[in-house]
Design a protein around this ligand. Sequence first.
Ligand code: ZN
Length: 185
Amino acid sequence: MTIRRIVYSNEPILHEPSRRVRRIDARLEKLIDDMIETMREANGIGLAAVQVGVQERLIVVEMPLLPEDEQDMEEVPETELYVLINPEIVEASDELGWGVEGCLSIPGWAGEVERHEAITVEGLDREGREVRICAEGLLARVFQHEVDHCQGVLFIDRIEDPDRIWSVEEGQEEAAEAAQERPSD
Ligand code: ZN
């Protein structure tokens, strides 16, 4: 596995839609492995292929199974890893909520974004099987953030009020592509 260079938001490809994946082959397998490695190395909880310079609709998401305050501190937290090829959000709740997000492609910045509270996302797993994931809360937010990357949309594009974007210490934003949930206001 290879850690790939993360593309920053000043690079045009991050603002362009990615194309659909046509074939699951050795090249794609390698890309998936590299993306997982790159996401973990950067302490991210989600990564889209375009963020490592490949304009194809492919995302990886990895989240702890339990929220931080419920984890056993003695042990490495258990996580759930999702690999989704050609992801598509097929259902979204009417209910919206605000939450803080960061992005590995926008180091040093965080912002508050309104997202659907719950979504259903469909796609293929790395074996080419159809999968359907119902997610809510933080997981739903991460999927929305990553699927946005596939369309060339960044979280900052979704923030109209400049007061909802702020700079954070380098490294802090990486704690999450979506750091913490805040009650809606
Ligand atoms: Zn991002």
